[in-house]
Design a protein around this ligand. Structure first.
Ligand code: NDP
Length: 300
């Protein structure tokens, strides 16, 4: 039997609607409009597309969007000075610096220069520590979106075996921390993991965040397991014409859908949730900064 397809597009649309409703309430009741500042250093084409998409999504839910573009050769001091200014700007409730940064700029230094309360990417070391110790944090957007979809599908995650493949700071590790926080028994797999296929087959919940196209096939998956595919990989698609490409995940969808109980597709699964959760984090940051009740269902 084919798995249930978890529709990330529809889920993300619901999140955006909740964010927009909360923004309206903040405006009407408190004369407050949440603001998100995005800093882009250089002209990496993929980063430019992401920054444009974030700005558009921010405006669509009624929030203010501030884009700051610096030249690729901007100094680290210039980036830090801009972040300093944004940190103390009361109209800005969320700040993110689009990664990757040019080689001459130290990413952790920049990430940790954003005040934790405005760190809507959840990469500041204070937020990493808060999440790891089960305290209220700004949670990285991609794993936050995955957790929301898992909670929605399962209700309680307590006692389930979760395997997260990938140990990056932006996806794998925070994902594992969130699942642990929901009382899953969590294992993190990576490139040195032995018997990885057997390990994956032990999972009730399998999260793939590897960056290797279609690596996880149906025979890695326990019958009925829930599969969250974080991967975004572009591969050649000669069937669409010469030089054409298509997006695939880290999971081989065709074989996985026959084994899993539920699965996120690529595209249309985790991807749309990431920007929706960025908006959610910004409205949460604005509410917290003003001592107001946090929006329901938009944070953990
Ligand atoms: P990273 O490259 O930072 O991390 C990849 C992880 O996968 C590493 O921990 C690595 O292990 C592990 N890995 C690599 N090869 C193997 C293997 N053969 N077997 C087991 N583990 C392996 O990637 P990210 O976490 O940043 O991203 C992962 C994927 O998610 C990418 O496809 C990325 O494009 C996508 N992504 C999607 C987002 C979305 O919005 N949907 C957002 C962010 C990322 P080791 O540490 O040992 O090297």
């Amino acid at each position: 039997m084919s798995a249930k397809i978890i529709d990330g597009k529809e889920f993300a649309a619901n999140i955006r609607k909740k964010v927009a409703d909360h923004v309206t309430r903040l405006q009407q009741d408190h004369n407050l409009t949440p603001g998100l500042a995005v800093v882009l250093v250089g002209e990496d084409p993929a980063s430019s597309v992401y920054v444009r998409a974030k700005g558009k999504a921010t405006r669509e839910v009624g929030m203010n969007s501030y884009e700051h573009r610096l030249d690729a050769d901007a100094s680290q001091e210039a980036v830090l000075a801009l972040i300093d200014k944004l940190n103390s700007d009361p109209a800005v409730h969320g700040i993110l610096c689009q990664l990757p940064l040019p080689d001459h700029i130290d990413e952790p230094t920049v990430t940790n220069a954003i005040v934790p309360e405005k760190d809507v990417d959840g990469f500041h070391i204070s937020n990493v520590g808060l999440l790891a110790t089960g305290q209220k944090a700004m949670v990285p957007c991609t794993p936050l979106g995955c957790l929301m979809m898992l909670r929605d599908h399962h209700g309680s995650l307590s006692g389930l075996n979760a395997v997260v493949v990938g140990r990056s700071n932006i996806v794998g590790k925070p994902m594992a921390a969130l699942l642990l926080g929901d009382s899953c028994t969590v294992t993190i797999a990576h490139s040195r993991t032995k018997n990885i296929q057997d390990l994956c087959r032990s999972a009730d919940i399998l999260v793939a965040a590897v960056g290797r196209p279609e690596m996880i096939t149906g025979d890695w998956i326990a019958k009925g397991a829930t599969v969250i595919d974080v991967g975004i990989n572009r591969i050649p698609a000669p069937e669409k014409g010469e030089g054409k490409t298509r997006l695939v995940g880290d999971v081989d969808f065709a074989s996985a859908v026959e084994k899993a109980g539920a699965i996120t597709p690529v595209p249309g699964g985790v991807g749309p949730m990431t920007i929706a959760c960025l908006l959610a984090n910004t409205v949460t940051a604005c509410s917290r900064a003003n001592g107001l009740a946090e929006p329901e269902g938009l944070t953990v």
